[in-house]
Design a binder for this molecule. Structure first.
Ligand code: GDP
Length: 602
């Protein structure tokens, strides 16, 4: 405790802010759910040795790389005169380690290849791999895992080998950001096609820079300028036309232009100034995983920070493990994996999911403890944050949780797109911007749902419906899809939602049906209907509708529900019970009572 008052707090970092606390000025600091001693020292701007000493005074023995959890870190920070707040956890990510102040080193860029089907994504990945892979032996180029590194001008570039924007957005929807640059492949003979636009919008929604590769230039009568014009029409203007999009002409088949593409990717990477820490416990993301019959659970990890080594304990998604062995894309065992290195890891307890994050922790005990905490946090997060819908929009705007309404717009015909888009984008105000992140004609696809999920957006269908898979995915993920067939209503609803005036809509869910078999007088207290539940169930808080010879004669709610004189919450099919209906006594044997509830439609 003696360090407390001696520690001069000179500067405010981004992590800390001054706060008046009585007459004393305290510094506020927000800490993640877990962090290493070194990271805590960096945030508090205190020598790590002092932190270690303070931890010892508090009865905790820890070394500089040991990961401690929020509660312990908060006590130490308070000892140094800080007022501590808890940083909210991201949805799928593990507690992100705050590493400001650590030494940053450049790291290779990570690339995803996207584009329309058959435009040559796979061929390009093959061409790059064949010509530039860092093979230890000539010919050893059998790809082993779903990512690889190549070398160009003695610099490395990492390619994720799951081409296509669906995989990219699925990862992003799980909270992972693995890609630095997207290569948009457009076949010169085919030009811009629907999935080209989709891929471009997915990359833009993720704010990932795009490099265009115009492919198949070995084919006769191809015209790259036509492709450039089509891209310009979509707002993607290539450098030679005065824009800022790098564009390279290639032939994946003849392996032409590959080096030029790689050189350009490095140039874009330079602009991005990709840097990270090397000397810290590793963190990153799962790019693929499987259960191997003999080796057990296997995961391909992309290290994003720090250096991963055999023997490291890690938490990974909802599981944990100890790295027994690591392999590169050529199935060679390796002893360390630095940032942007894809590596297959053996020694995990169960199979994680692609897009899960991982982080190295001090020991097995820390792994288990943090995992439990993390699971708790995920649940907390799931209940505290909902996906966006028009009905909860104004609440989220007022709470400052949304600044942009991201819309995926699908229409029946191309012609309706532009007018709807323009009307929607004009609706924004100073508090919230309306952004149509993707538009297209045709039915609503799974890829649309993933994009809405990853961008915390909603989907609007104009005269179109979702594909069955998309409908299921939207239900599971809680993505709001709204359907319209009148432009005015569509625009009006979004406008009202922005202003918080949208009336919630309800749908009726029938829960059960019962037949009235007898009535019982309870004096002043009214009449009880003795019923037999024929279908579904009756619940104490249900709404009720009385039908006589098929006609609705009264609608109200259940005011009492009893079985054998006991108040009950629910009575199911095949049982008898006594029901009172609010403000209704005129029962007749043979009446049918329908029980239902109103559910809010989002
Ligand atoms: P993907 O669906 O985007 O992965 O496309 P593929 O890489 O599978 O390629 C689709 C087809 O286009 C295949 O028949 C390839 O051989 C062909 N293809 C790919 N790149 C080129 C190219 O540069 N020139 C020519 N002529 N054909 C190509």
């Amino acid at each position: 405790m003696s360090d407390k008052k001696q520690e001069p707090i000179v500067n405010q970092s981004e992590d800390s802010q001054e706060a008046k606390h009585g007459s004393q000025v305290l510094l506020q600091v927000s800490l993640p759910p877990a962090l290493s001693v070194k990271q805590l020292a960096d945030i508090l701007r205190v020598d790590a040795v002092k932190i270690i000493k303070q931890l010892m005074r508090d009865g905790i023995m820890a070394n500089i790389n040991q990961v401690i959890d929020f509660d312990i870190a908060a006590v130490v920070a308070a000892d140094f005169g800080y007022e501590v707040k808890r940083q909210p956890a991201p949805p799928q990510a593990h507690p992100s380690l705050v590493t400001k102040g650590g030494k940053l080193s450049p790291r290779p860029p990570v690339i995803t290849i996207m584009g329309h089907v058959d435009h040559g994504k796979t061929s390009l990945l093959d061409a790059i791999r064949q010509s530039n892979i860092i093979a230890s032996e000539a010919g050893a180029i059998t790809q082993h895992i779903g990512a690889y590194q190549v070398e160009m001008d003695e610099r490395k570039i990492t390619f994720l080998d799951t081409p296509g924007h669906e995989a990219f957005t699925a990862m992003r929807a799980r909270g992972a950001r693995a890609t630095d640059i997207a290569v948009l492949v457009v076949a010169a003979d085919d030009g811009v096609m629907p999935q080209t636009v989709e891929a471009m919008n997915h990359a833009r929604a993720a704010e990932v820079p795009i490099v265009v590769a115009i492919n198949k230039l070995d084919k006769p009568n191809t015209n790259p300028d036509r492709v450039k014009q089509q891209l310009a029409d979509l707002g993607l203007i290539v450098e030679e036309w005065g824009g800022d999009t790098v564009c390279v002409s290639i032939s994946a088949k003849k392996r032409q232009g590959i080096d030029e593409l790689l050189e350009n990717l490095l140039l874009v990477a330079d602009i991005l100034e990709l840097k990270t820490e090397l000397d810290c416990p590793a963190e990153g993301v799962v790019i693929e995983s499987k259960l191997d019959k003999t080796k057990g659970p296997l995961a391909t990890l992309l290290v994003q920070k720090g250096t991963l080594k055999p023997g490291d304990n890690l938490i990974i998604g909802n599981t944990w493990g100890k790295v027994k062995a690591m392999f590169n894309e050529l199935a060679e065992q390796i002893k360390k994996a630095e940032p942007a290195t894809p590596v297959e890891v053996l020694g995990i307890n169960s199979v994680p999911q692609a897009g899960d994050s991982f982080m190295v922790v001090g020991d097995e005990h820390a792994a288990r403890t943090l995992l439990e905490k993390h699971k708790g946090m995920q649940q907390e997060f799931a209940t505290s944050t909902k996906t966006l819908s028009l009905s909860n929009l104004s609440t989220q705007i007022s709470a400052g949780q949304v600044k942009e309404l991201n819309i995926v717009l699908k229409t029946d015909v191309q012609g309706s797109i532009e007018p709807i888009k323009d009307s929607l984008e004009q609706l924004g105000n100073e508090k919230i911007k309306v952004r149509v992140i993707h538009l297209g004609s045709g039915s609503i696809t799974e890829s649309d749902v993933l994009l809405a999920l990853a961008s915390k957006g909603i989907i609007i269908g104009f005269n179109t419906r979702p594909e069955p898979g998309a409908h299921r995915l939207a239900e599971v993920e809680g993505i709001s899809i709204r359907y319209y067939d009148v432009i005015y209503e569509l625009v009006n609803d979004v406008d009202k939602a922005l202003k918080g005036m949208l009336e919630p809509t309800y749908t009726e869910v029938i829960e059960g049906q019962a037949e009235l078999r007898a009535t019982f007088d309870t004096g002043k207290k009214g009449k009880i209907a003795g019923v037999y539940v024929k279908e579904g169930k009756v619940s104490r808080d249900a709404l009720a509708r009385i039908l006589r010879q098929g006609e609705v004669i009264y609608e109200s709610r259940v005011s009492s529900l009893r079985r054998f004189k006991e108040d009950v919450k629910e009575v199911s099919t095949g049982l008898e019970c006594g029901v009172k209906i609010e403000n209704f006594v005129d029962f007749q044997v043979g009446d049918v009572i329908q029980f239902y509830r109103q559910e809010r439609v989002t």
